[in-house]
Ligand binder design. Structure first.
Ligand code: HEC
Length: 100
């Protein structure tokens, strides 16, 4: 129930359309598919992996900004230094709600 409410809150805070544009603008979609693995994991797989984790949004904000490696495969994700905190938060929320 708590999660459902959280998902709703995230969805409400994040107009889906704006975040897909944001993902396109920041070249996230060059490496990530919505439902297909490209260089990085599909955003829907990320949502699945983190569903049920309370600190998922904070974790993803961190790994989007700082990049990461070893969680999904051998290829690392480069840090997104130019991304603002607000944009990183919108993107994390968008990914966690299934990247629709
Ligand atoms: C150069 C390719 C590339 C770009 C550009 C890129 N990513 Fe990634 N991303 C990856 C790879 C590869 C991984 C898997 C890293 C790992 O195994 O830990 C990843 C992992 C992730 C994860 C999962 C992190 C975790 O902790 O499980 C998220 C969320 C994510 N990326 C979002 C984004 C967003 C949002 C952007 C745009 C701002 C973006 N990525 C841009 C390649 C990329």
């Amino acid at each position: 129930m708590r999660l459902f409410v959280l998902a709703l809150a995230l969805a409400a805070a994040t107009p889906a359309f704006a975040s897909k544009e944001l993902a396109q603008k920041n070249a996230c979609l060059a490496c990530h598919g919505i439902d297909k693995k490209l260089v990085g994991p599909a955003f829907q797989d990320v949502a699945k992996k983190y569903s049920g984790q309370q600190d998922a949004a904070a974790t993803l904000v961190k790994s989007i900004k700082a990049g990461g490696s070893g969680k999904w495969g051998p290829v690392p994700m480069p840090a997104q230094a130019a991304l603002s905190d607000a944009d990183a938060q919108s993107l994390a929320a968008w990914v966690l709600t299934g990247a629709k």
